[in-house]
Design a protein around this ligand. Structure first.
Ligand code: CP
Length: 334
């Protein structure tokens, strides 16, 4: 998609308003902006009901029987794509995983023509990941009224289901957001995970949010209102209840000028057992994945009891089941 194509459709309503149908129901999930604390809590509560204990059968329903979900990932993914696939199947939907590399987009078909083609095959929900900002909203403005678009990762802008699964994981371990100090450490500048976490945590009334990075990887303060932007890891970790490590998003960085090399990065920003001694007792360690062990996180810490990284992955399926259920609830009547 080129920029001209993106701006062909005038943005008459904002992305946040676009998410809701006329009667206030969630239709698309494009961003966490505009969702109230009550709406987020309901999604987290719904997701809890889709969990089952380890070793037990996965929770299944037929809530999406007769519906079709298409996964369109124009950027690589393991967790998000697999969990949307499993979530949709566990809800009884038909699932189409479009192989983008062998699709007709390689022959020059526009993203909208790809959508219109799949929409004509009665796809009801499109799960979209793209490296260009604005793509999920652009598609949402152009699909039929009954169709839902779920943002599965939009450039460095937004990753709303990741934000929700991170909130769910934090709430399971630390139920009162108002009491929490959360430190997110790494390449904040290029991180859609950090931006969605910041929006979600602010809505939930987090006590303090610290964003810690080298100067070259710091966010624009206007992007993250209310967060403290720090550059010294020790300042970020001191008494933090939640520590989230992020990888350096080299695929989004034009010039590596000012970006520390691997050894220097781990020495200054790597989260280790030793450094976690600065954090609060019982602090949890998170990482959205994919993880670069030994660069942003000490490998043995990632596998330690302090780490909730695999819980984040488990919660990812439950959150995606909750979102798929929420956006299809209105379909029977639309
Ligand atoms: N956290 C996340 O989005 O992981 P994937 O890129 O593997 O989907």
């Amino acid at each position: 998609m080129n920029v001209t194509e993106l701006f062909e459709t005038p943005n008459v309503i904002s992305d946040t308003d676009l998410q809701f149908s006329a009667d206030g129901q969630l239709r698309h999930l494009l961003t966490l902006r505009g969702l109230s604390k009550e709406q987020i809590c309901r999604i987290l509560d719904d997701a809890e009901a889709f969990l089952s204990p380890p070793g037990h059968a996965a929770v299944r329903t037929q809530a999406l029987q007769g519906r079709t979900v298409a996964n369109l990932f124009f950027e690589p993914s393991t967790r998000t794509r697999a969990s949307f696939d499993l979530a949709a199947r566990r809800l009884g939907a038909d699932v189409l995983n479009l192989d983008v590399n062998t699709s007709s987009r390689k022959k020059g078909e526009s993203i909208l023509d790809t959508m219109y083609t799949l929409q004509a095959m009665q796809v009801d929900v499109f799960v979209v990941r793209d490296a260009s900002a604005g793509v999920p909203a652009y598609i949402a403005r152009n699909v039929q009224d009954h169709v839902s678009i779920l943002n599965a990762g939009e450039a460095e802008v937004s990753h709303p289901t990741q934000g929700l699964l991170d909130l769910m994981t934090m709430r399971q371990h630390k139920p009162n957001f108002e009491d929490l100090t959360v430190a997110i450490v790494g390449d904040i500048a290029h991180s859609r995970v950090a931006r969605s976490a910041a929006v979600g945590l602010t809505t939930m009334g987090v006590g303090e949010l610290r964003l810690v990075s080298p100067e070259a990887l710091a966010p624009d303060p206007d992007d993250v209102p209310g967060a403290r932007i720090l550059h010294k890891l020790e300042d970020g970790l001191r008494n933090a209840d939640v520590v989230m490590a992020l990888r350096i998003q080299r695929e989004r960085i034009g010039s590596l000028d000012g970006i520390p090399g691997i050894d220097e990065y781990f020495a200054n920003y790597g989260i280790s057992h030793e450094r976690m001694k600065l954090a609060a007792p019982n602090a949890i360690v998170m990482h959205p994945g994919p993880m670069n062990r030994g660069i942003e996180i000490e490998s043995s810490l990632a596998d330690s009891p302090q780490s909730v990284i695999t819980t984040q992955v488990t919660n990812g399926v439950a959150i995606r089941m909750a979102i798929l259920t929420a956006v299809t609830r209105r379909m029977a009547t639309s």
